[in-house]
Write a protein that binds this ligand. Sequence first.
Ligand code: C2E
Ligand code: MG
Ligand code: MG
Ligand code: MG
Length: 279
Amino acid sequence: KNRGRGRCVEFDQGMDVRAQEHARLAADLSAAVERNELALVYQPIVTLPHGELAGVEALVRWTHPVRGFVSPAEFIPVAERTGLIVQLGAWVLYEACTQGAAWLKELGPAAPGRISVNVSARQLIEPDFPTVVEAALLASGLPAERLTVEITETAVFDGGPALAAVTAMRELGVKVALDDFGTGHSSLGLLRTCPIDVLKVDKSFVDGVGQSPEQEAIITSLSQIGTSMRLLVVAEGVETAAQAERLHEIGYRYAQGYHFARPLKPADIADYATATAGV
Ligand code: C2E
Ligand code: MG
Ligand code: MG
Ligand code: MG
């Protein structure tokens, strides 16, 4: 009994430490925007087989004054739980649109055709989300058709407000991408009900390329479904030349992944754009 209680106390302390940790991270994060600790990097989305720049995905980075680099996989969930994602997400949208407009000025026709921005479920269902997007476009001067919002299946699964926001995006002329496609609970069902423009096939399926006929059957079908629905289909997380080649054979026209480029600073995107222009 004593040991049991002891264990219980240990467990409670563990929970406490974790809760404190989260609270501290949340507090630091809320100051991070003003302190200029957040920055965006951009990962090329390219055409197959040659890797020409088709667009970029904006990915947020946080350099904490003490901890150094904190992964978005760690702090985005914290921001979602506290609601801070609404404010942080608005900053990301504005920043990405501003960068997109700057590239357009600087690079002209070599500029990334599209800027993709990740949007959390929590952000999407805010009543003023479409207004925030419109304001970012207006303030930056980025044409609406050059912006894509990436949402996940779980975000639109519940229907209602999320679906309304998706419709509002398309009315603005903003494209909508379904991110990490295939990992949710009703991926195919969603294709029937949610009007989207881009399908991003999750890395877990791309990892199966060249592994077995069964795995290749899945990744092939995903491309066929998307293409026959006139969606743009992007293979995520392409890490090797062999994967890129096979994806192209299977029918993929767009890819993203370390094989082509890691997430880059804006200046390096300009270099990538000019280096691959017209290959
Ligand atoms: P995501 O939107 O699916 O973004 C793709 C993630 O895969 C990125 O991780 C990217 O760096 C990584 N990646 C790209 N190519 C490869 C590859 O070939 N191999 C491997 N192993 N990984 C690859 P990152 O930047 O750490 O972001 C993780 C997730 O955090 C994103 O997944 C997205 O869900 C979320 N996130 C990032 N930035 C934002 C943001 O501004 N707002 C919101 N709401 N979420 C964000
Ligand atoms: Mg994404
Ligand atoms: Mg993804
Ligand atoms: Mg992902």
